[in-house]
Design a binder for this molecule. Structure first.
Ligand SMILES: Cc1cc2nc3c(=O)[nH]c(=O)nc-3n(C[C@H](O)[C@H](O)[C@H](O)COP(=O)(O)O)c2cc1C
Length: 312
């Protein structure tokens, strides 16, 4: 059996396989060194980095649901300076692609973080988080309004030479509008999707479980929604898509790839199986080999429609 070629290109970023770990679910990568070889990942996406350290929201910040989790971490992170001084040098010892997820409360803050990352050896791309549902300022404001998203994308595009991935919110009327806005202002790729806003109620206390009241839903519950959005966006833009939402297995990843994602990210699954992303990549290789498919690239966006003519 021929060994399939798993490598893909997300714009200028070449990945040895299409499976990355999703922001906020894999720390800064270093925490997972006991569990997997980072060089076996397509790449890793860091926790969202802001100009200064953030402590995030008060607890409770995470609650389990029947098929995923609801979180309102509030973008706790060490800040971009500590990332560059303490985390990145150690990450550079590993042969993997590092995508820095960036968050700001204002456009100026996004620019500040991106400029600092720009000259740092070992950062391969920036993923702009314009879609966090769990913070008061920034986040959703940029992600929900196509005009605001276009503006922040344009500003950041000018501030960095690095490939720019814009991470879209699913909490919008029509995700194709924000997708087109990001593409038109120079995004090199789109990551989708971030978490869906939700709430879990403690019926004894008669109050929301999360201190923030609402949180972002991730995990298997959102997968069909995320696959659908991937498919819709694939038909609206030309730039590559990095799909995510509830991927636990290679079959789940294939759903996104067939729907039009060039690469995928594994998030919530990392909390259950720390090596989940590597397992997904291995499972993809096995699936391709057993189906006689030579490259994962040839599967991207090849969903067949003819079995159901005229139906959605
Ligand atoms: C605990 C937690 C923290 C997250 N933090 C971030 C973040 O800092 N920046 C970001 O863009 N997305 C963040 N996300 C969203 C994930 O990257 C991903 O988009 C989402 O969880 C859907 O994928 P999944 O169902 O595989 O987890 C976070 C998700 C979780 C569960």
């Amino acid at each position: 059996m021929v060994t399939p070629d798993l490598s893909v290109e997300v714009g200028a970023v070449r990945l040895r396989n299409p499976v990355l770990t999703a922001s906020g679910t894999f720390g800064y990568g270093l925490e997972f060194l006991p569990y997997l070889d980072l060089a076996r990942l397509g790449g890793l996406v860091t926790k969202g980095l802001s100009p200064r350290p953030r402590t995030g929201n008060p607890p409770e910040r995470i609650v389990e649901t029947p098929s995923g989790m609801l979180n309102a971490i509030g973008l706790q992170n060490v800040g971009v300076d500590a990332f560059l001084a303490e985390k990145l040098p150690r990450l550079r010892e590993h042969d993997t692609v590092v995508v820095a997820n960036v968050f700001g409360e204002t456009e100026a803050e996004y620019v500040e973080v991106c400029r600092k990352l720009d000259d740092a050896p070992g950062v391969h791309a920036i993923e702009l988080n314009v879609s966090c549902p769990n913070v008061e300022a920034g986040g959703m404001i940029f992600g929900n309004d196509p005009a605001a998203l276009a503006k922040v994308t344009r500003t950041v595009r000018k501030a960095t030479k690095l490939p720019l991935w814009v991470k879209l919110s699913p909490n919008v009327g029509d995700i194709r509008d924000t997708a087109r806005a990001a593409e038109s202002e120079g995004a090199d790729a789109l990551s989708l999707v971030n978490t869906f806003v939700g709430m879990v109620v403690d019926v004894e206390k008669r109050r929301p479980v999360l201190a923030n009241a609402s949180g972002g839903l991730s995990g298997p519950a959102i997968r069909p929604l995320a696959v659908w959005m991937t498919w819709q966006v694939r038909q609206a833009v030309r730039i590559p898509i990095v799909g995510m939402g509830g991927i636990l297995t290679a079959r789940d990843a294939l759903e996104f790839i067939l729907a039009g994602a060039t690469a995928v990210q594994v998030g919530t699954a990392n909390f259950v199986r720390p090596a989940a992303a590597v397992e997904v990549a291995e499972g993809l290789e096995h699936w391709l080999a057993s189906h006689g498919v030579a490259t994962v690239r040839e599967l991207v966006g090849t969903l067949r429609r003819e079995a159901h003519p005229g139906k959605r």
